[in-house]
Design a protein around this ligand. Structure first.
Ligand code: NI
Length: 401
């Protein structure tokens, strides 16, 4: 495969992709507001032969299909397009021109890689095993854009046999990719907790029920959900990230409000932890004469990579990049990803694209840091692997041996 790779075409294309990526970085748009981004992507896709482009899917998403009528299995590739509501501090010439919005998770780079793959794949229709579906989705950062894409037919006509997506990864150098089988990212559940007490004068606590004291005990007791209730071999995280109560030093308030998150890697653990969390909240609060109330909002499902497809991706990546640049069993992240809404419906793999400087110099910040800027060196690797996934599909089963 790598011998057949149209190297010169990729090299010719890279300046355009880098410019495209930097333009998105300078014009970042948050969840479901990716109008300019989607317009630019759709315009470029629309110029490709054999590409059918549908816009406005899940608000601002794009569902594009190459060689829609070609018999054979369809494969889907996905990129997310949204930026984060935070200041861009990267200090580069292409820094965000929109105050308070930044591409600090590298989704600008994901778009550039997928667009590059679409251009490359459209230029050699004869090498396709079947149709190729390109999903440019909105609202990954907490918006669950993937769910709306699925609801609006992103996985139909034709239905893909498999789906792949990359995410940039600052812990691997550019030119490297990482992957693993099974659970790779956690489920995310939002926990909204209210501890109802009874207001009183601070000097007469016996006349009321102090929700702050009860809530402080609830936060402490919640630490035992992971340390005592959880199966030690099945990870989970419970974090209370916000605690709000009271308005004055001499007033016992009526209520305390907490919010937090539960992360897990299995549905079993998720449900068991939720039950324990509810019990701890209600019964700890009750021990202080207060009433604990949990409102649970389901977030993203666990992301699980299909073992067979992960083996396939690994073979493709080794062919394209060489064994030494393909890292297996990269660590699981307890972060969440709405890619899991696609893999509820079909097998898929969510893999990592290295974006640390390839010369080993420090200089890439962690994701969601205001100084993060996708490393353009990595675009080439992203395009290469996306293309390899599609081009090798025809010989997938014979190569599986
Ligand atoms: Ni991201």
């Amino acid at each position: 495969m790598s011998q057949n790779f149209p190297e010169s075409r990729l090299q010719e294309l890279l300046p355009e992709l880098i410019a495209f990526r930097r333009d998105l970085h300078a014009h970042p748009e948050t969840a479901f507001k990716e109008h300019r981004t989607a317009e630019r992507v759709a315009e470029r896709l629309g110029r490709l032969p054999g590409m059918h482009v549908r816009t406005g899917v899940g608000e601002t998403g794009i569902v594009a299909t190459l060689a829609a009528d070609k018999p054979g299995p369809c494969i889907a590739l996905r990129a997310d397009m949204d930026a984060l509501p935070m200041e861009d501090k990267c200090g580069k010439p292409h820094a965000s021109t929109y105050p308070g919005v930044a591409h600090a998770c590298g989704h600008d780079g994901h778009v550039a890689c997928l667009l590059g793959a679409a251009i490359m794949l459209a230029s050699e229709p004869g090498r396709l095993a079947g149709p190729v579906r390109f999903l440019f989705q909105p609202g990954e950062e907490g918006g669950g854009g993937a769910r709306f894409m699925v609801e609006q037919g992103a996985l139909e006509n034709p239905r893909p046999a498999a789906i792949f997506a990359l995410h940039c990864w600052p812990f691997l150098p550019a030119g490297y990719v990482g992957m693993r089988s099974g659970p790779v990212m956690a489920s995310t559940d939002a926990l909204d907790i209210t501890i109802h007490g009874k207001g009183a004068h601070a000097a007469h606590p016996n006349r009321g029920v102090d929700p702050i004291v009860a809530a402080a005990h609830v936060v402490t007791a919640l630490q035992t959900v992971v340390s005592r209730h959880r199966d030690p071999l099945d990870p989970a995280v419970v974090t209370i990230g916000a605690f709000h109560a009271g308005t004055a030093r001499n007033v016992i308030p009526d209520a305390a409000v907490l919010s937090g998150t539960l992360r897990a890697l299995s549905q079993k653990q998720r449900l068991a932890s939720l039950a324990a969390i509810r019990q701890v909240i209600e019964q700890t609060a009750a021990a202080f004469g207060a009433r604990g109330e949990l409102v649970h909002k389901e977030g993203y499902p666990v992301n699980v990579n299909d073992p067979g497809l992960k083996e396939y991706l690994e073979r493709v990546a080794v062919e394209m990049l060489g064994r030494e640049r393909v890292v297996d069993n990269i660590p699981i992240s307890m972060g969440g990803e709405d890619f899991a809404f696609y893999t509820r419906h079909m097998p898929g793999v969510f893999w990592r694209l290295g974006v640390a400087p390839s010369d080993g110099s420090p200089g890439v910040e962690s994701l969601h840091n205001g100084c993060f800027d996708f490393n353009d060196e990595a675009i080439e690797t992203g395009v290469r692997v996306h293309c390899g996934i599609v081009w090798s599909w025809a010989s997938k089963d014979s190569a599986a041996g």
